[in-house]
Design a protein around this ligand. Structure first.
Ligand SMILES: Nc1ncnc2c1ncn2[C@@H]1O[C@H](COP(=O)(O)OP(=O)(O)OP(=O)(O)O)[C@@H](O)[C@H]1O
Length: 249
């Protein structure tokens, strides 16, 4: 079996008496979209925060590209290629699409680029930014102020910003939230292709998107993974149907 790019081993986290993550072991393999679903309050965000580095587990480990990154913070994990997207506030709305991508590329280049700005580095940064926009299909909008983009295009721009870091894996938190039917359909098509650039751990409430995209689905209920499998396996799992899909088995 292919080595996972991202893996949690026995992640456990409590808030007082509440066990928000109970011994969670999941992985993300090259080329796949692995969806994490579960009812409100199941612990999806808590798990994602521990994977991205914003929250320290009480026990367990996060491995990224074979390395234990549990002690590292969000910025250090991002530098190593773990891209977390869909924190919309990260975009500068008054700036153009290209300027936003350039800001991302400057972050990727580190502080030396930011303060020294040699001409060559500037050209490199611009190339990185333009390439990222091309990959997400926003080149034609490079000079457009970001606030003029549709919600779906903003999500694509967020991915472009993340792409400037040459990510090895994406962690996405509800990318379909707030998009209408058309927007969700378009973004679904876009994410479908993106898995070949880097695999995606996808937290999503939109079941149409999950069932269309996921190679594997993990179901989280009360802080525990109750099933992991293909879409077909998850749809037919009696425990999942009772606990989450709201059906009598
Ligand atoms: N910082 C915190 N302090 C105390 N309790 C917390 C904290 N963060 C989350 N919780 C609790 O942990 C549980 C899991 O919350 P979490 O936000 O991870 O769920 P979720 O599956 O992401 O929910 P949703 O789908 O509504 O976003 C909830 O009961 C929540 O109230």
């Amino acid at each position: 079996m292919t080595e996972p790019i991202l893996q949690t081993i026995g992640i456990t986290k409590s808030f007082g008496a509440l066990q928000a993550s109970q011994d969670i072991s999941i992985d993300l393999r090259p080329g796949e979209i692995h969806a994490l679903i579960g009812p409100n309050g199941a612990g999806k965000s808590t798990l994602i925060k521990q994977i991205a580095g914003g929250l320290r587990p009480d026990a367990g480990k996060v491995l990224f590209r074979g390395e234990d990154v549990t002690p590292l913070g969000t910025a250090e994990r991002a530098r190593r290629g773990l891209a977390r997207t869909f924190q919309i506030s990260a975009l500068a709305m008054e700036d153009t699409v290209l300027q936003n991508a350039l800001l991302g590329a400057m972050g990727a280049g580190g502080t030396a680029f930011r303060f020294l700005r040699p001409a060559l580095a500037q050209r490199d940064l611009r190339a990185v930014a333009e390439n990222a926009l091309e990959l997400v299909g926003l080149s034609a909008h490079a000079a457009t102020p970001t606030f003029e983009l549709s919600h779906g295009q903003r999500r694509q721009l967020e991915v472009a910003v993340a792409l400037t870091l040459a990510p090895k894996a994406f962690v996405m938190d509800e990318p379909m939230a707030g998009l209408g039917f058309e927007g969700s359909k378009n973004l679904t098509g876009f994410l479908d292709g993106l898995r070949h650039t880097a695999p995606i751990l996808l937290v999503e409430h939109d079941m149409d998107a999950v069932f269309a995209l996921a190679d594997r689905v993990s179901v989280l209920v009360y802080g525990r993974i109750i099933a992991t499998g293909t879409v077909e396996e998850i749809r037919n799992d009696p425990d999942v149907r009772v606990a989450y899909l709201g059906e009598d088995a």
